[in-house]
Design a protein around this ligand. Structure first.
Ligand code: DHB
Ligand code: FE
Length: 281
């Protein structure tokens, strides 16, 4: 049977991709950020998952404002990246796992989540930056298979935080009911607080992010007290991306151990966070 090992929450700021490309990990600006990933790299190296389910939002490369599914899941044999204007070099395609993708899509639709299935899907920085962060030597070392789970946090109305947590729980059940022996990891990406435009551009909220990180392992329902308008006030309109971390958290079920966490302001305009959660029992 497939087994979910754990989950990782991570920001996806495009500038991170350029810093990796230029080997700036030890640069004084970047060092406090990249250091936070060391426990994650060690854990991934020890666990060697076969498949990564990556929960992220597309920022206009694959879906645009004219057609915006709330939840879309990739079911392709590979996922191409493309130039989206941040100066990021397009990466080699990411290999998919169509049988597990279709199992997830079937299970989730049976569980009454309305999923858009995508047999072709371009992946943008929301996907590629966390992949480059987790597996900096992906091509050289291992060919981890990926399943993109794309969430609309770009054009209102967004799914509620509660819907995201419940979707995560359903993803967790779907993984555990897949017959092939596969080790799976799930990533929730985006956030933490940031606002890219308008009068409050550059806004971050350390107190709010810290409480979110503090509560994520043991009390993820804490975030559900806020609707998405309140979240945009508290974390910035782009900070709402953090509801995707709840999908990752929901998939892990009740028993979760926090193994590491890091928080650093600013990376570009964003309060950057990373957390590593292991599924226990
Ligand atoms: C930045 C952050 C994002 O989440 C994003 O999608 C694009 C840019 C930033 O801080 O530069
Ligand atoms: Fe973003």
């Amino acid at each position: 049977m497939a087994k979910l090992l754990g989950g990782i929450g991570s920001s996806h700021v495009p500038a991170i991709g350029n810093a990796i490309e230029q080997n700036l990990q030890q640069d004084p600006y970047w060092q406090p950020f990249f250091t936070g990933y060391e426990p994650v790299w060690e854990w991934l190296e020890a666990k060697k998952p076969d498949v990564a389910i990556l929960v992220y939002n597309d920022h206009g490369l694959n879906f645009f404002l004219d057609k915006m599914p709330t939840f879309a899941i990739g079911a392709a044999a590979e996922y191409q990246n493309s130039d989206e204007g941040w100066g990021l070099k397009p990466l080699e395609p990411f290999p998919g796992h169509p049988p597990l993708s279709w199992h997830l899509i079937n299970s989730l639709v049976n569980d009454e989540f309305d999923i858009t299935s995508c047999q072709e899907m371009l992946v943008d920085h929301g996907f590629t930056v966390p992949m480059s962060l987790m597996w900096p030597n992906r091509i050289l070392t291992e060919q981890i298979k990926v399943i993109p789970v794309c969430v609309n946090v770009v054009q209102s109305p967004f799914p509620t935080a509660n819907r995201c947590l419940r979707l995560g729980e359903a993803i967790g059940r779907a993984i555990e009911s897949y017959e092939e022996d596969l080790d799976v990891v799930i990533l929730g990406t985006g956030g933490l607080s940031h606002q890219l435009d308008g009068e409050r551009a550059g806004f971050t909220n350390r107190a709010f992010d810290t409480e979110f990180l503090e509560k994520l392992a043991k009390e993820p329902e804490w975030l559900l007290q806020y609707n998405n308008h309140q979240l945009a006030e508290l974390a910035g309109p782009q900070g709402v991306e953090m509801i995707m971390w709840l999908i990752m958290r929901g998939a892990l079920g009740e028993n979760v151990k926090e193994l590491s966490r890091n928080y650093h302001i600013p990376i570009s305009n964003t309060a950057a966070g990373v957390i590593l959660l292991e599924k226990t029992a």
